[in-house]
Design a protein around this ligand. Structure first.
Ligand code: FAD
Length: 406
């Protein structure tokens, strides 16, 4: 029997660890190189649609997810200015409709579940404190240059996030773009909140040039709150370098956000005022993918934010990274069974994924325009939500069985 093939992975975030798990399950040896000193995530939450939870369950992570995630029963959409309820979506019904629940989870808990699944695997080697510097693809092998010695593999996966160095070398298509939107994030122990502000549901407040989303995480013990407002970091677009933007994930003055929310309904303002400290995040993205060759070339493929960084307005960035991982695992399985060359398998992976990723990127962009609408568009949005409700909020094309393969 042929010896297992080797996949090198740049980046050990949600996407990199999900890919390590999916590909090791298909018989590949995987080496992950993460530049940070630990596998860690920022203190914030992430929503996972049934399309993603289904994959985690298929990887036998269902019980671990059940222990740490929350499973909200309802989404409520409100107008941020009037406080009026516009529409609801029955999230509890997704278990029956889509074969898996809608989950909300602390990012560190999601990363920890993936880490606990891959760390014991004999075929996965995880290396911390190792920055990927570049690679050479000579057609037969990939040579990866890292902070330590060079390593060789059959394929390289760039799972190194928004500012991906692997993408820069593979596509040379410049830096991500600043969206002009800022995210203020906070995590609050529910027990410390007044009863009226505690919540077991997902709530979205849509306002002019802003919106706010809250949902439970940590099995319901904490409330994740994220507010999106239009604005740029000081220095405007000149600040758009990875280091300058990384500095922007810092504790920030709550007064800035309170001022931006000044015209909002009283219950929303009460929630914002209950947050003692926010972390500020500058949002950047790329336009939707235009071809499969933007997700894989030769022996190198991209996954997650390295391939398709998107606005978080469909709550699917991490979800698409996990879907990518599953598709990559399935594609690579055929290396041994069908004896197909690695570049062809990676091309097949990219072909399967790029259109769905582009669709999700485009829909997230559109959602941002709708969520932050002003004037007549806002009026039309509110009317449509009141009239059509669930029919607008539910997305079988996104959540449905086998949707990830379309
Ligand atoms: P990353 O998480 O960026 O991981 C990349 C990893 O690579 C990092 O660990 C980094 O240290 C490492 N790395 C980088 N360069 C190198 C190098 N040269 N060498 C070695 N290692 C390197 N998604 C959802 O699904 N649902 C949500 O509700 C949701 N909400 C969001 C809210 C906000 C405000 C934001 C900003 C995003 C949200 N997302 C959401 C999107 C989601 O966070 C990302 O899509 C996801 O984290 C991407 O994972 P990744 O592994 O591709 O990239």
């Amino acid at each position: 029997m042929a010896s297992p093939q080797q996949l090198l992975v740049a980046g050990g975030g949600i996407g990199g660890l999900a890919a390590a798990l999916a590909c090791a399950r298909q018989g590949w040896q995987v080496r992950v190189f993460e530049r940070a000193a630990a596998f860690s995530e920022v203190g914030a939450g992430v929503q996972l649609g049934p399309n993603v939870v289904r994959l985690l369950q298929a990887w036998d992570l269902g019980p671990a997810l059940q222990a740490v995630a929350a499973f909200p029963e309802r989404l409520r959409v409100r107008d941020a200015a009037s406080g009026q309820l516009l529409a609801t979506l029955d999230l509890a019904a997704m278990r029956a409709r889509y074969g898996a629940p809608y989950a909300t989870i602390h990012r560190a808990d999601l990363l920890a579940l993936l880490h606990q699944a891959v760390a014991p695997l004999a075929d996965v080697a995880l290396t911390l404190n190792r920055r990927v510097l570049g690679y050479e693809d000579d057609g037969r092998r990939v040579l990866l240059r890292t902070g330590g010695k060079a390593v060789e593999g059959d394929a390289l996966l760039g799972a190194d996030g928004l500012w991906s160095g692997v993408r820069a070398q593979l596509l040379g298509d410049g830096a991500p773009r600043l969206t002009g939107h800022l995210a203020y994030r906070a995590l609050l122990p529910q027990a410390a909140l007044p009863a009226a502000l505690r919540s077991t549901e997902v709530t979205a407040w849509l306002g002019p040039r802003l919106h706010l989303v809250s949902y439970p995480v940590r099995a319901g013990e904490a409330l994740n709150v994220v507010a999106f407002v239009h604005g740029l970091p000081p220095g405007g677009r000149q600040g758009a370098t990875p280091d300058a933007l990384a500095d922007w994930d810092h504790a920030t003055n709550a007064a800035d956000l309170q001022a931006a929310m000044a015209g909002c309904a009283a219950p929303l303002q009460a929630l914002v005022q209950a947050v003692p400290a926010w972390r500020l995040w500058v949002l950047a993205d790329r336009p939707p993918l235009r071809a499969a060759t933007e997700q894989a070339r030769g022996r190198v493929a991209l996954l997650g934010d390295a391939a398709h960084p998107m606005r978080p307005y469909l709550a699917q960035g991490a979800g698409m990274a996990i879907e990518d991982a599953e598709a990559l695992g399935r594609a690579l399985r055929q290396a041994e069974t069908a004896g197909i060359e690695v570049p062809l398998l990676l091309a097949r992976y990219a072909l399967e994924r790029w259109q769905r990723n582009a669709r999700v990127q485009a829909r997230a962009l559109r959602n941002g325009r709708i969520f932050h609408a002003t004037g007549l568009v806002r009026w039309g949005r509110n009317l449509s939500l009141r009239l059509l409700g669930e029919r607008l909020l539910d997305m079988p094309w996104l959540y449905g069985l086998n949707s990830e393969k379309t």
